[in-house]
Design a binder for this molecule. Sequence first.
Ligand code: BES
Ligand code: MN
Ligand code: ZN
Length: 494
Amino acid sequence: MDIQFVTAAADLPENSALAIIVFEGAVLSGAAAEADSLAGGVVGRALAQGRFTGAKGQVLDFVAPAGHSAARLVLVGAGKRDAFDAVGAEHAAASAYSAVKLSGLTGLRVAFADEATAQPERAALGVRLGAYRFDRYRTKEAADKKPSVVRAEFVCADVEAAQAAFTTLAALADGIAFARDLVSEPPNILYPVEFARRVKALETLGLEVEILGEAEMQKLGMGSLLGVGQGSARESQLAIMRWNGAADPAAQPIAFVGKGVCFDTGGISIKPAEGMEDMKWDMGGAAAVAGLMHALAGRKAKVNAVGVLGLVENMPDGDAQRPGDVVTSMSGQTIEIINTDAEGRLVLADALWYCQDRFKPKFMVDLATLTGAIIISLGNDYAGVFSNNDELADNLLAASKAEAEPLWRMPLPPAYDKQIDSMIADMKNTGGRAGGSITAALFLQRFVNDLPWAHMDIASTAWKKPSSVPTLPEGATGYGVRLLNRMVADRYES
Ligand code: BES
Ligand code: MN
Ligand code: ZN
């Protein structure tokens, strides 16, 4: 998508639509008023004539009157003017794009109701996120089913200022698209070594990337992670990404850890066939961490950050791990495997331990599509966050609100911890049906010592079935990239 910032709402290039963002009952000023009057006062007529009120989410799309430079006009309701914010601007612009994307037109220009509420750079981010699609493997799609809009323009008062503000957001959009691509890729293409390769290629952005293979992880004693990949023909990998953007290159880093199960069959405790294909996105946590590191590097964030990705494939096989096995993790703690489908926590146990042991970070946040139980608890919009540290949890929740990536804090009750005690080892890898997301988090907590830590269970949000959020097309969401990028920007940059 070609993104431009312009000052005029009139004189559109050929084959373009003009979208006007309209508040509930409000009047237009500036460029939007001019555009409206050129179109014969359509906004006033739309408000008077039918059910278009300017309420949030409403879209009215029609052919422009003769003599107008636009081919089509789109009125987008943005709700109450006082409640309009950055996310509202993204959604309004993404809705306008969605209305015209298959129209055959090639351009879209977006004008705000008035200058005071204009957020052109956020509108541009909205269009970039809403226009995302993964079509790499479609060879026969009819031309009229493909989006035609390739250029989006945003009306603003100051082109240079909007451009500068958008540069930062474009880095975020690039990181989100990188994460979405990883999650969308089929599991025969994106296996651990290929994931590691794609992350390694990010060195061109200035990231440092190290990849450990099975032999190196064996030396480190990562029996927990390695046990999961044991049944797979694909080699397990640990990817370590570093962005050193702080003024002091030796400053203590912040750290992010991701579950990267490139495919989760369940292993010997095999999953039912129905819906198993969804388990290609069981690397959504690792993808979000990689997308975050992409965004931090892309906008040259003034922070030292580490990303650790545990990349494995969970397969049934003659060599696969069995229920009943006992493995020894890098921490020295032993784990009795009860269910080989509770593999994410086994991967994270070693990745978290390695991360805190090697980098001694200020804090660690892990992201993982860890439990089906979080979907039962919170539904499909909210991710769950578990933390041993109120300040870190509050920072994540504040960032979640600001970026509209819904997040809900869950408890870590010490009394539940005994659910994962084992008869023959230090712990077992499942704690029964009751509080399944909680006992999974309590398991992870045994591998973080006293470091401030938060675990985000994103099994509920990594993938959207038919979506009602215009910036989240159906499929991979890239959930977590925005929220974490925001938390870093607001709290941890020097
Ligand atoms: N990858 C799954 C969790 C998951 C489920 C992610 C649905 C996305 C959508 C995880 O590895 C898993 O299988 N968890 C089990 C744990 C159980 C065996 C204790 C689960 O949630 O059923
Ligand atoms: Mn599993
Ligand atoms: Zn899994």
